[in-house]
Design a protein around this ligand. Sequence first.
Ligand code: BMA
Length: 324
Amino acid sequence: MFVRHPDNPIISAEMWPYPVHSVFNAGAALLEGSTVLLVRAEDFRGISHLTVARSVDGITGWEIDSHPSFTPQPDEWPEEVWGIEDPRVTWLEEKMEWAIAYTAYSKAGPLVSLATTKDFISFNRLGAVMPPEDKDAALFPVRFGGRWAMLHRPVPTTFWKVGAHIWLSFSPDLRHWGDHCQVISAREGSWWDANKIGLSAPPLMTREGWLILYHGVRTTASGSIYRLGLALLDKDNPTRLTHRTDPWIFGPHASYEREGDVDDVVFPCGWVLADDTIRLYYGAADYSLAVATANLNDVLDMVKAYPLNGATGFMPWRYTAFPD
Ligand code: BMA
């Protein structure tokens, strides 16, 4: 369904205007007709920052900022001491700005931080919004019942027993989050998405509901395999999981996905919708950046084939934010 571009990887460290080891896991946005990628770049210390790359067609002719665009500021924001990673970008129409959910790598572990921007030139930090360990976060573009909503993936200290799942939390002001609930659970046993899953690109509004792309981490004797699956959340009540594919829909296959700094990883942090075509930008083996395209209708047909018959996300406790 998702077709790799023949020129993949479309972005690599050799294209960078200053020395970096690797470029991967980029957030994506459409801005004034161009595609803007907020690319994670890892320097030769192993610490990541974000740099903006712009292209008219979203595939070729990338104009890359000559300096890092959004860098860790550990003096003022100590949670960024070991870098900032894996941004997910969401347009907030109401605020007329972009929200960026990113991983701040703190000494207590990775956590979720938020920032906003109007132009991908200057950035305004809101700070850490989820304690560690938590990552793979993205905002929804609209409020539900007056509150913002964010998907994220906490890792409990009892991970080995209970797994790591996708959660949804709500906020009146983007800073204070509550009414946490588990919406998409990792499967168990030998499934491709057993034990550990996380959000990939931000939720995409479609006629069938919120389209969710997530990754599953399969642990094997020779390391982890990162693959992708699809789900739908109810349009008005995103705590309700309505569909979820059984098979993975994309996984490491091309040589640049199978071999890199971390082998066998496809890791999207952004997608854009232009007409009916989804362009999915994904980190390949934690080393370079690739793109694959799919028709939105084909993607929706695929996920619609897996209804959950009214089942909701797993709520480990009494949950009242969206009473039926
Ligand atoms: C995840 C994140 C990603 C990375 C992936 C594979 O936990 O750290 O940034 O791409 O692992 O190494």
